[in-house]
Design a protein around this ligand. Structure first.
Ligand code: ADP
Ligand code: MG
Length: 320
């Protein structure tokens, strides 16, 4: 891999819940984002993907653990330092309609971050917006439009254009293509891959669709009930994945009519509540290969091959 930019070390996030209970949304997460590469995070709805994202962009602080940006902790950043740091990591959300102010023209939406940081003058807005529109393959004339006069895919391109303006090292996309038709989704992914090559941007791409993520992510991290259960290159997911949960996700890819927000067909029971995570492996009650040890001891991530880690008692650590 290339240069390490963002590193999450033993990151845990707990929320207080009713009745004095605690909800563990992220449990001891270790993940790395590398320059110019894509980390895909995949898992069912509610497994903790957005929680991780919010901590990575410093919107929330972990309960335990550290987040390093170029080796330096970002957890203590406050005020102006935090504001300046935010330029380094930008976000693209699932629903740009909700993220954009409907009364703002596209040029105002795209240029807002640049104006906030005083990188451009108001008089330069239209010219700059046109440049970014062309970068995301939209006509420059869209600068004077309003968001409601665009399709979902076009709005998402505007969201990407806006995220690019501050020249961030990392762009985090949270279900950024999930609301789009499959063909539009494919075009947006092609755009992201092109921009990544041109600008050496790192992407964190959060998604519940394994078929999509594995098609372009350099690393895929599979998340289950707040835990990372497997990390491997996207290109090896189909052939080399080992965790029974990852394999269940792949099995479900071939059901074309599958609604990924529903529990997976090929697994009988539902995921336990994050309020009530069992002792031992979080996947034990849905795993058809569950052993005695899985009910007692939580498996940690082990290296099973180069760039491939699995948290499952079925597999042993490989030295080297
Ligand atoms: P995903 O993005 O994978 O769908 P989330 O990160 O949104 O999952 O949520 C993970 C778990 O944490 C869920 O059970 C959710 O209800 C809970 N959660 C998320 N944010 C909060 C919060 N601010 N307060 C309490 N619980 C939360
Ligand atoms: Mg989410």
């Amino acid at each position: 891999m290339s240069e390490l930019i963002l590193e999450a070390k033993h990151v845990t996030k707990k929320y207080p819940a009713s009745g004095g209970r605690t909800l563990t949304a992220n449990n001891d997460i270790n993940l790395s984002i590398y320059k110019g590469k894509t980390l895909g995070i995949v898992g069912e709805s509610g497994c903790g993907k957005s929680t991780f994202m919010r901590m990575a962009i410093s919107l929330e602080a972990p309960t335990e653990g550290e987040i390093l940006f170029h080796g330096k902790s970002i957890l203590g950043l406050k005020g102006e330092e935090l504001r300046q740091h935010r330029q380094n990591i930008q976000m693209v959300f699932q629903d740009p309609t909700a993220a954009f102010n409907p009364k703002m023209k596209i040029m105002d939406i795209i240029c807002e971050p640049l104006l906030n940081f005083k990188h451009i003058k108001k008089s330069e807005k239209e010219e700059v917006a046109r440049k970014y529109l062309e970068l995301v393959e939209l006509p420059g004339d869209f600068a004077t439009r309003y968001p409601h006069n665009m399709s979902g895919g076009q709005r998402q391109r505007v969201g990407i254009a806006r995220a690019l303006t501050l020249e961030p090292e990392i762009i985090l996309c949270d279900e950024a293509t999930s609301a789009l038709d499959v063909s539009v989704q494919k075009n947006i992914i092609e755009l992201l891959v092109k921009l990544q090559k041109e600008k050496d941007i790192a992407f964190g791409f959060i998604c519940h669709d394994m078929a999509l993520v594995q098609s372009f992510a350099h690393q895929v991290a599979v998340m289950y009930l707040g835990n990372i259960v497997e990390v491997l290159p996207g290109s090896s997911v189909a052939e080399d994945s080992k965790h029974p949960y990852t394999q269940a996700l792949i099995g479900s890819i071939f059901d074309l009519n599958m609604d990924f927000s529903k529990p997976i067909e090929s697994i009988d029971s539902e995921a336990p509540s994050p309020l009530d995570v069992p002792v031992g492996c979080p996947f034990q009650n849905r795993c058809d290969r569950c052993m005695e040890i899985c009910k007692k001891e939580r498996p940690t991530l082990k290296n099973v091959a180069e760039n491939h880690q699995v948290a499952c008692h079925l597999y042993q650590e490989v030295e080297g």
